[in-house]
Design a protein around this ligand. Structure first.
Ligand SMILES: C[C@@](CO)(OP(=O)(O)O)[C@H](O)COP(=O)(O)OP(=O)(O)OC[C@H]1O[C@@H](n2ccc(N)nc2=O)[C@H](O)[C@@H]1O
Ligand SMILES: Nc1ncnc2c1ncn2[C@@H]1O[C@H](COP(=O)(O)OP(=O)(O)O)[C@@H](O)[C@H]1O
Length: 271
């Protein structure tokens, strides 16, 4: 069976404190994007365990560190899984703040559960996903949410970008999430992102900000340049997603940005 793990953006992100487990408490809105990887899992009656293969965008990690493989191992320890072949085709850029690896992991859990009738509930799948990464559980339901705590507790929000045109720009650089968190000083939120995100995107520019931008834009000024280009092209709201490096713009109308396409991957109508 083949499924299409999708990406996400963060709409606003406040880092409110450092936790005793080394993670940070955050407040953010997670919103699914129409940018996809491809994941196929089929039974492999002549094989043993997991046969994993990968194509597309290259990842500089060994197979056992791939989040799809980690998700398989997590369930393999707890359930009787038949031998499978799993193929992942990567198109979602990595180190982008688009959650591609987390989505691959969540879709692996969902697909194994469906294929082999494991009977794991939605909440059970989210609990397994939380073991694989803070972003991962979001992709089980894949609905817009206000995320808090480590970023893996959720409440539904009324954010709907389906009438807008979303552009996601990924420059040729990757940012490691742990390093991005290490550079940020936590702060108290000025207002409730949960409440403000239900205001229309036209009002977000003055209200909704991503705390990672301050430090990451200093290190990579080209990202701030991309955000300015998106505003210059008429974006109602533009921001870096999560810990970067992707920057997105929300537009009222369809746009084409050839000036950004030379140095970056540009995804149109991604919302
Ligand atoms: C920043 C966010 C915003 O949605 O996403 P990305 O930009 O990575 O997509 C998330 O918080 C990332 O989630 P995820 O990418 O799953 O991170 P994890 O694997 O859980 O953690 C990677 C590392 O980031 C740091 N980390 C992560 C989450 C958190 N609330 N506090 C942290 O300090 C920790 O150093 C951890 O070791
Ligand atoms: N299937 C996967 N796809 C992408 N990245 C993966 C995957 N498995 C493990 N990783 C690792 O996870 C990290 C990035 O995860 P990803 O969710 O794609 O990006 P981001 O944290 O920028 O949203 C990278 O260090 C990458 O090596």
């Amino acid at each position: 069976m083949t499924v299409f793990p999708n990406a996400k953006i963060n709409i606003g992100l406040t880092i409110t404190g450092k936790r005793s487990d080394g993670y940070h408490n955050i407040e953010t809105v997670l919103y699914p994007l129409k940018i996809y990887d491809v994941l196929e899992i089929i039974p492999n009656p002549d094989g043993e365990g997991l046969e994993f293969s990968i194509s597309g965008e290259s990842l500089a990690i060994p197979e056992e560190e791939n989040l799809c493989v980690k998700a398989f191992r997590l369930l393999e320890e707890r359930y009787r899984l038949p031998a499978v072949k799993m193929h992942l085709h990567k198109d979602i850029p990595s180190g982008a703040g688009l959650g591609g690896g987390s989505s691959d992991a969540a879709y692996t859990l969902r697909l194994l559960n469906d294929l082999f009738g494991l009977g794991i509930s939605r909440e059970g799948l989210k609990d397994y996903a939380r073991l694989l990464g803070s972003d991962c559980a979001f992709f089980i339901d894949n609905e817009p949410v206000y995320a808090f705590g480590k970023g893996d507790d959720f409440r539904p929000v009324r954010v709907d970008l389906s009438d807008y045109f979303l552009v996601v720009v990924m420059p040729d650089l990757a940012i490691a999430t742990a390093r991005a968190y290490a550079g940020v000083r936590p702060r108290k939120p000025l207002f409730s992102l949960e409440a403000k995100s239900s205001n229309p995107p036209e009002e977000w520019k003055a209200l909704v900000q991503n705390d990672f931008e301050e430090t990451i834009f200093k290190e990579f000024p080209e990202l701030s340049g991309i955000k300015e280009s998106l505003y210059a092209a008429g974006a109602l709201y533009a921001s870096m997603s999560g810990s970067g490096a992707a920057v997105y713009g929300i537009f009222r109308e369809k746009v084409h940005l050839p000036e950004l396409e030379g140095d970056c991957r540009v995804f149109y109508d991604a919302g």
